[in-house]
Design a protein around this ligand. Structure first.
Ligand code: PNS
Length: 164
């Protein structure tokens, strides 16, 4: 039984994230999507909203081979992984520019908890430039984000903007 944590902010979840989850499902029996509760950041969506959206959108991806669960955590990622009895942390790497920071985190996490391995996965090339940060920027400036996030997420972003 191989359980992996896929941690992140997911503010909001993008098609790149979903692509990684689908790919991870071919490797692991269970993936727990761990949304970081970060009091220092001012997110677009609340953790509860992100959790709800993730629960909705994972229904549409192909993860028959494994179980996918959505959860949130605060504090050290490795402590959360141990508490969840997960042996792997999955991180998506889009370009070499991601690698430096991801390597630092992976090595720090290894130092903190040598029993947990970080596995880097590459999304499909069509998502290699997609990030939650850029999606939000383009959206707020009136650009087209269709195809970058699931339709439900785009809808929620529009609703959220109208509420403000
Ligand atoms: O989607 P993100 O924002 O790139 O995800 C970053 C995340 C959540 C993986 C990272 O910030 C994290 O693990 N935070 C938890 C606190 C922690 O363990 N910090 C030490 C990391 S070496």
């Amino acid at each position: 039984m191989q359980r992996a944590i896929y941690p992140g902010s997911f503010d909001p979840v993008t098609n790149g994230h979903l692509d990684i989850i689908e790919r991870g499902c071919k490797l692991f029996d269970e993936i727990i999507i761990g949304i970081l509760v970060n009091p220092d950041k001012q997110p677009f969506f609340t953790v509860e909203e992100r959790q709800e959206m993730l629960n909705d959108v994972i229904k549409s991806i192909n993860h028959r081979q494994c179980t996918v669960r959505v959860d949130s955590f605060s504090g050290l990622l490795v402590n959360y992984a141990v508490a969840q009895q997960a042996s792997v942390i999955v991180r998506g790497i889009r370009a070499i520019s991601d690698y430096e920071y991801e390597l630092q985190m992976a090595l720090m996490n290894r130092r903190l908890e040598p029993g947990i391995e970080t596995v880097f996965m590459m999304p499909a090339e069509i998502y290699s430039y997609v990030s939650s940060r850029l999606v939000k920027e383009v959206f707020h400036l009136g650009g087209d984000i269709s195809g970058l996030v699931p339709p439900l997420v785009e809808k929620r972003m529009k609703e959220k903007l109208n509420q403000r």
